[in-house]
Design a protein around this ligand. Structure first.
Ligand code: SME
Length: 165
């Protein structure tokens, strides 16, 4: 059972520590790739807060393809080097964008999005995709959110075989 009320009175750091603590038991005994990624998107979406989209894109045949997510329907394919997601893959680094309208080439999926955090999924030096999170708030994502989503990728890397994509 998942009770969102448990997190109501926690500050951000407490919530994110709880998120990390819950991620491992959520995925460690389950072998299904799609199950683990779907649950991971739902967990991050529930605990980060003040966001309007959260999900995965995975590299298939040289472009990013939409994976499991929470939010409105989104762009299905993004070329490497395009948008915030494609740039995170090309540069192999986290993109934390205070105001997406100032990012040249930003790809708008949900018109309400104003800021964005994209963390690349890199294992054994190979990029497999990204976790993408959008918010309606300008400057929603701080170093704190960046650190915790990067830690989520580390935990996922321990259990997920990304070659199954
Ligand atoms: N804004 C992203 C596209 C994906 S959506 O936000 C879900 C980008 O510029 O790559």
């Amino acid at each position: 059972m998942f009770d969102i009320k448990l997190f109501e009175n926690m500050d951000a750091k407490e919530k994110y520590d709880t998120m990390l603590g819950m991620l491992r038991p959520l995925i460690e005994d389950e072998k299904s790739f799609i199950t683990n990624i779907s649950n991971s998107a739902a967990l991050i979406n529930a605990l980060i807060g003040r966001i309007n989209w959260c999900g995965f894109y995975f590299i298939k045949n040289g472009e990013l393809v939409l994976g499991p997510f929470q939010g409105l329907p989104a762009c299905t394919r993004i070329k490497i080097g395009h948008g915030v997601c494609g740039t995170a893959v090309k540069e192999r680094k986290t993109m934390r964008i205070e105001n997406v309208h100032n990012f040249e080439g930003h790809i708008a999926c949900d018109a309400a999005s104003n800021s964005e955090l994209v963390v690349p999924i890199i294992k054994n030096n190979k990029v497999y995709g990204v976790i993408d999170i959008d918010s309606e708030e300008i400057g929603r994502f701080t170093e704190l959110e960046q650190i915790y989503i990067e830690k989520c990728v580390e935990v996922l890397n321990e259990y997920i075989d990304w070659e199954e994509i």
